[in-house]
Design a protein around this ligand. Structure first.
Ligand code: ADP
Ligand code: MG
Length: 694
C-alpha cells in the first residue's frame, strides 16, 4: 500500500509557467475555424461565393460540396492538418470523463503511383459518412445485426481544426433515419421554431427571414491537483468523491467567489482559452466560483447548435489541458460534499439572424412597429414553462444533477419562472386587456454622493438566483443544467415548446381570433408558473403544490416524463422526435443512471476494502471495522439485487435508492473513520489535498 502523509506532503510542485506569446497567438485567433473571411479566401479560389457558408443550402448540391471540400483541403494544408473526422454527439455520455463527442479520424491523403502525397477528400466525404451505431447507447434502436449508423454534416456549425485534424460537426442517425444522437432533435426543433415563429410574426405584420435560438453557456468546473486525484479511485472512475471528510475549511468565509485567480489555475485557464480562441471559440469571462478550487468560463452567445459544439470543445479542453499544469479538470455536478456543485447556465433568447432580439421589448417594438409582439412572445414562453415544466425537468435529469436538484442539500426542483416585478406588472395589464403599450423597463439612479463620481443608472430589477428560469432583461437563463451535460435536450425542449405556443396563437388567428387575446388567455392559464419570491424558502414548496406546479425530485422519475403521452404527442406533432425515439432516449437515461451507480458502488466497495478497513485496522478501530465489513456485504447485495431487476426503469429506481440512501449512510461510517486515522496511515487523498491549491 502506498503510504500518503496528508499533513506532511509538500504542495504539488509548480508546473513550468505557461508562456503566452500574445502577439503570435492573436494573429492565429480564429484561423482554425472555417467560416467568414477565413473560409472566404479559399472558397473564392474554387469559384464559390465568399459568403456561401452563411446559409445551409450549399450542402444540397454535390458539385458545390466537392468545391467546398477542395477549399477545406487548401485550408487544412496551410494549417498543417492531415486528418479529418465527422464528430457527432452520441447519446448518454453525460458525466463520463471520456469526452462527449465521438468519431473516427481518417487520413485526408493517399500516396499516388509515384509515391507522392496526394490529398483526397471529396464533397461526399464532407457531407456524409458511415459508422457503426450498435456499440453506442441506442435504447434498442440499433442491434449488432442492424448496426448501420450514418453521420450527416450539420451546416449550422462551422468546421474547425484542432492539432492535425479537421473536425466536421455532424448528426448521427440510424439506417432508418432515426436520431441516435443529441444534435438531430435539436436541429429539428430549431427548424420548427423558425417555421412557426416566422409564421406568427408575419401574421402580426413583421416579416423576418428566420427566428433562431441564441444561447450562452456559463460553464463551471473544478481544477484540482493531479497528484491528489490519482489517490482517489472514486474521482477517477466516477468523477466525484463518494466519501471524504470535510476539510476544516470550506466556503464558510465566501472568500473564493471571484477572488484573484490561483496562478497555477490561471496559467491553465489561459491555455484553455487560447486554444479555444485559435478555433474561433470566443470565451468571454473567467473567474473563480464559490467553492474552493471551483472556476467558471462563459462565451459570447450565439446560435444554439454552434454554441453547444463549442461547449463540447470547451469541456474537452478542460479535460485535456489541466494535465499539462499538474491539474485535473472535474466537470461533475457534485464532486465534493458540502461545498457548491457545478452547473451550466443556459442563457437563452430568440432572435432574427439580423440581430433583433425578441426578448428585448424596446428593440423588438422599434423594429417591428408593433408593441404587442413582445408580450405575445413572452406569453408563449411562460405558457411553455407552465404546460411543459415536466419536460424542462426531464431535460436536466442525470445522476450527477440528482445531487443538485431535490436531493441531499439541494433545493426542491420546482419549475417556475421569475419575471421581475416590472415585467410581471406589465403582463398583468396586458392579460387584463391593455394593448399597444411599449414595454419600457425603468432604470433607477444610484448616487453615492461622492465628489467626482457620477450617478449611475442600473436596472430597476434585482436578480433572483433561486429561480430555475429567471428573465434577466433581454434573455432567460435556464439555471438548472448540469455542468457535465450536453445541453441539446434543454434547447430542444425550449425550441419545441415555444414553437408549439407560437403555432397555437397562429392557428387561432387563422380562426379569426386576435393574437393578443389568445396570448392573454395563455397568460391567464399559466400565471401560476410566475414566481418572483425566494425559491429556497420553506413556504415555496407548499405554495408551489397549491399552484400544481411541476416538482419532481427524483432524476429517474423525471426521465420517465419523456414517455408520457402528452410529451410523445408533442414531439411527434412538432416533427422533432418520434414516439420510439422518446422511448429509446428514456431507456438510455435509465441505463446511464444505473450504470453510473454501478461504477460508484463498486468503487465504494474497493475503497472500503483496500483503503478504509486496512487503515482502521492499523488504529484498532474494531467496531468500525465490523460496521464496514457489514456495509460492504450490504452494498454488494443491493448492487446484485439492482442488477437483476427486470426493466431499465426498475434498475435505475433501485440504483437511485442505493446511491442516495445506502451509500450516503455508508459514507458516514467511512468519514467518521477518516477523522480518527492519523494522516500517515490514511491512503486516500483528503478534501484538504483535493480542494486547496492555495
Ligand atoms: P452572469 O452574471 O449571469 O453569471 P455571465 O457573464 O457569467 O453572467 O454569463 C452570461 C452569459 O449569457 C454569457 O455567456 C452571455 O454571452 C450570455 N448572454 C448574454 N445575453 C444573451 C442573450 N441575449 N441571449 C443568449 N445569451 C446571452
Ligand atoms: Mg456567471
Amino acid at each position: 500500500v502506498h503510504m500518503y502523509d496528508a499533513t506532511l506532503t509538500p504542495p504539488p510542485s509548480a508546473p513550468p509557467p505557461y508562456e503566452i506569446n500574445f502577439e503570435a497567438n492573436r494573429s492565429s485567433y480564429g484561423q482554425n475555424r472555417f467560416m467568414g473571411t477565413v473560409a472566404a479566401k479559399y472558397l473564392v479560389k474554387q469559384g464559390l461565393p465568399a459568403n456561401l457558408l452563411s446559409t445551409s443550402d450549399w450542402t444540397l448540391d454535390r458539385e458545390t460540396a466537392h468545391k467546398v471540400a477542395k477549399a477545406i483541403i487548401e485550408w487544412a494544408k496551410e494549417r498543417g492538418a492531415t486528418m479529418t473526422v465527422h464528430c457527432f454527439q452520441p447519446l448518454g455520455s453525460a458525466g463520463l470523463r471520456l469526452g462527449q463527442t465521438a468519431g473516427v479520424q481518417n487520413a485526408m491523403f493517399n500516396f499516388n503511383k509515384k509515391g507522392e502525397l496526394e490529398y483526397v477528400f471529396t464533397g461526399d466525404e464532407l457531407i456524409q459518412g458511415e459508422s457503426d451505431g450498435s456499440s453506442f447507447h441506442n435504447g434498442g434502436l440499433r442491434a449488432t445485426h442492424t448496426a448501420g449508423g450514418y453521420t450527416i454534416l450539420d451546416p449550422t456549425s462551422p468546421v474547425f481544426i484542432r492539432g492535425d485534424t479537421v473536425f466536421i460537426p455532424t448528426m448521427f442517425v440510424s439506417w432508418h433515419g432515426i436520431a441516435i444522437d443529441e444534435k438531430t432533435p435539436l436541429l429539428k426543433s430549431m427548424k420548427v421554431l423558425g417555421t412557426q415563429g416566422k409564421r406568427l410574426l408575419s401574421k402580426l405584420g413583421y416579416e423576418v427571414s428566420n427566428i433562431i435560438p441564441n444561447i450562452g453557456l456559463e460553464q463551471e468546473f473544478f481544477l484540482i491537483p493531479r497528484e491528489a486525484y490519482y489517490k482517489r479511485p472514486d474521482l477517477q472512475f466516477a468523477g466525484r468523491t463518494i466519501m471524504g471528510r470535510d476539510a476544516a475549511r470550506g466556503q464558510e468565509l465566501c472568500d473564493h467567489y471571484m477572488a484573484p485567480l490561483n496562478q497555477v489555475a490561471l496559467a491553465c485557464m489561459q491555455e484553455i482559452m487560447h486554444e479555444g480562441f485559435k478555433m474561433g471559440c470566443p470565451f468571454k469571462t473567467r473567474h473563480r466560483e464559490v467553492a474552493p478550487n471551483q472556476y467558471e468560463c462563459a462565451p459570447y452567445f450565439g446560435l444554439a447548435s454552434t454554441q453547444i459544439d463549442e461547449n463540447l470543445v470547451l469541456m474537452q479542453l478542460i479535460d485535456e489541458i489541466p494535465q499539462k499544469h499538474g491539474l485535473v479538470g472535474i466537470l461533475h455536478e457534485k464532486p465534493f460534499n458540502h461545498v457548491n456543485g457545478s452547473g451550466k447556465h443556459n442563457n437563452f433568447s430568440l432572435g432574427t439572424p439580423e440581430g433583433v432580439n425578441l426578448m428585448n421589448g424596446p428593440q423588438l417594438t422599434a423594429k417591428s412597429g408593433n408593441a404587442d409582439i413582445f408580450p405575445i412572445v413572452i406569453s408563449a414562453v411562460v405558457r411553455a414553462m407552465f404546460v411543459h415544466g415536466d419536460l424542462f425537468r426531464m431535460a436536466i435529469a442525470s445522476p450527477g444533477n440528482d445531487f443538485r436538484l431535490g436531493a441531499c442539500e439541494a433545493p426542491p426542483s420546482i419549475m417556475s419562472t421569475y419575471l421581475g416585478q416590472q415585467l410581471t406588472d406589465y403582463l398583468d395589464e396586458f392579460r387584463k386587456g391593455k394593448r399597444n403599450v411599449v414595454y419600457t423597463p425603468n432604470k433607477v439612479t444610484v448616487d453615492l454622493g461622492i465628489d467626482g463620481v457620477a450617478p449611475v443608472k442600473i436596472p430597476a430589477e434585482d436578480r433572483n438566483r433561486t429561480s430555475p428560469f429567471p428573465y434577466g432583461g433581454h434573455r432567460f437563463e435556464f439555471r438548472a443544467a448540469g455542468s457535465s451535460q450536453n445541453v441539446s435536450m434543454i434547447n430542444t425542449v425550449l425550441c419545441t415548446t415555444i414553437a408549439e405556443s407560437f403555432q397555437m396563437i397562429a392557428d387561432q388567428m387563422d380562426e379569426g381570433k386576435a393574437a393578443a387575446d389568445v396570448a392573454a388567455e395563455m397568460l391567464n392559464e399559466s400565471w401560476d408558473v410566475i414566481f418572483n419570491g425566494n425559491g429556497y424558502s420553506k413556504e415555496w414548496p407548499i405554495e408551489a403544490e397549491r399552484r400544481r406546479l411541476c416538482r419532481i425530485d427524483s432524476g429517474v422519475e423525471a426521465c420517465k416524463k419523456l414517455t408520457d403521452k402528452k410529451n410523445k404527442d408533442l414531439f411527434s406533432k412538432m416533427n422533432v422526435m418520434k414516439p420510439d425515439e422518446c422511448e429509446a432516449r428514456a431507456t438510455i437515461m435509465y441505463n446511464h443512471y444505473a450504470g453510473t451507480v454501478e461504477i460508484e458502488a463498486k468503487c465504494m466497495v474497493d475503497m472500503i476494502q483496500q483503503h478504509i478497513i486496512p487503515s482502521a485496522t492499523k488504529v484498532n478501530l474494531t467496531s468500525q471495522v465490523t460496521q464496514l465489513t457489514a456495509a460492504v456485504k450490504k452494498l454488494e447485495a443491493d448492487l446484485h439485487a439492482m442488477e437483476h431487476k427486470d426493466t431499465s426503469y426498475d434498475k435505475a429506481t433501485a440504483a437511485r435508492v442505493l446511491r442516495l440512501e445506502t451509500m450516503v449512510d455508508i459514507r458516514k461510517i467511512c468519514d467518521a473513520v477518516e477523522a480518527l486515522v492519523p494522516p500517515s496511515l490514511w491512503t486516500l487523498a483528503t478534501y484538504k489535498e483535493l480542494l486547496f491549491l492555495d
